[in-house]
Design a protein around this ligand. Structure first.
Ligand SMILES: Cc1ncc(COP(=O)(O)O)c(C=O)c1O
Length: 405
């Protein structure tokens, strides 16, 4: 038998399994309430409209929609995406190029490949989106973790951290942030901090990656926020968006809007990764945008998720043990909960799965190993009944663990 293991490249050996994907595979096919992944609620998928659009796109435009297409994306679709984000208040500059990617996850990978040298320091929120963390780690990044409160990343502490890093001989390259309806906490960066972030980026000549899958799902209408891309005056902000939460993650469609110089490098990287994103998926999403299906899905999903957020908060208030802490999610699909005492949510996970419920342990969202007493709960995917029951089971387990300790 061939010994493949010894032949796996050292780069590939550095890859660590994604805890969420492993958990999802453990729960697959079993009767487990999953509060783990960031899945949209299946009830918000516009199934009939997508079926009709898909049929038309193949019957009427099959010669094009079933064909190879340019690396940066189908040009009409790129124009529609540009119009769409502009209609949402995101400023697209003359020199910006819209690049369609295979989910925004691919955009994170391509940006990592284009921008990160081993040892480069990246400023991130703590906690932050775990797949971005893992992607940047793969390219050898060091991290500067900035804590979060109800108003988002504590931007006022960044400058001191940058100075420390520079004194230590580090090259600080970029700030990665999910400023609106943050994953995993659901907080929104306040206006003052957004402006401060841009100022600090200008002062220290840093790039900014604004990852924005969730700004469509801000639940309380009085919340106001301006995208970092719009506040940017020096072409520093690279904006990531996705159709995963506003249409379907199965289509695997994301986009990067960034200045042409960086996009050129992203384009060359994409050529060796997948040549281009699915042409058919781009055609389907293009018509879904043109025909208002994306807009309707957003409106519907926002209502559904707001109701589920309220159910989650109600369940947490009923069942969480005293001393637990979390921010009521202002938007997005998640809540991040710190548990009291010395509970280790990683070792507790298997017990939770035995009781038929899954979550993501908090440690995964930090670069510095903290968060072991925290967990992330997703509220978009489960039904209201399952969400309540899942939270009840987790909290019951937590209380038992506290009593044992
Ligand atoms: C903050 C953030 N960025 C990026 C992604 C990746 O999404 P996709 O690759 O499906 O576009 C997600 C998915 O949950 C996310 O939460």
């Amino acid at each position: 038998m061939v010994d493949y293991y010894s032949r796996i490249s050292s780069r590939a050996r550095s890859l660590k399994p994604s805890e969420i994907r492993e958990i999802l595979s453990l729960t697959e096919g079993k009767d487990i309430i999953s509060l783990a992944g960031g899945l949209p609620g299946p009830e918000v998928f516009p199934k009939e409209k997508l079926a009709s659009i898909s049929k038309r796109v193949i019957e009427e435009f099959g010669d094009k929609s079933l064909q190879y297409s340019p690396t940066l994306g189908v040009s009409h679709f790129r124009e529609e995406v540009s119009k769409f984000v502009t209609s949402k208040g995101v400023k697209v500059n003359e020199d910006d190029v819209v690049t369609i990617t295979t989910g925004s996850q691919e955009a994170l990978f391509l940006l990592g490949l284009s921008l990160i040298d081993p040892g480069d320091s990246i400023i991130i929120e703590a906690p932050t989106y775990l797949a971005a963390l893992n992607t940047f780690k793969f390219f050898g990044a060091d991290f500067i973790s900035i804590p979060i409160d109800e108003g988002g990343m504590k931007v006022e502490t960044i400058e001191d951290e940058i100075k420390k890093a520079i004194d230590a001989g580090k090259k600080v390259k970029l700030i990665y942030t999910v400023p609106t309806a943050h994953n995993p906490t659901g907080v929104i960066m306040n206006d003052e901090r957004r402006r401060q972030l841009i100022d600090v980026a200008n002062k220290y000549d840093l790039l900014v990656v604004e990852d924005d899958p969730y700004s469509y799902f801000v639940f309380d209408t009085e919340e106001r926020f301006v995208s970092l891309k719009t506040l940017d005056t020096e072409d520093r902000v690279m904006y990531l968006g996705t159709f995963s939460k506003i249409l379907s993650p199965g289509l695997r469609l994301g986009y990067l809007i960034a200045p042409s110089k960086v996009v050129r490098s992203v384009e060359l990287a994409k050529q060796i990764v997948d040549l281009h994103t699915s042409t058919l998926a781009q055609y389907i999403a293009m018509y879904a945008l043109k025909e208002g299906v994306v807009g309707e899905t957003i409106e519907n999903a926002r209502k559904v998720y707001r109701t589920k957020r309220d159910v989650l908060v109600d369940a947490l208030e009923s069942y969480l043990p005293e001393g637990s802490e979390y921010y009521k999610p202002k938007g997005g699909l998640f809540a991040f909960i710190y548990l009291p005492g010395s509970i280790d949510t990683t070792s507790m996970l298997m017990k939770a799965i035995e009781r038929g419920v899954a979550y993501v342990p908090g440690r995964n969202f930090f670069a510095d190993g903290s968060g072991s007493n925290a967990l992330r709960i997703n509220f978009s995917y489960p039904s209201i009944e399952k969400l309540r029951e899942g939270v009840r089971r987790i909290c019951e387990l937590v209380k038992e663990e506290i009593n044992v300790a």
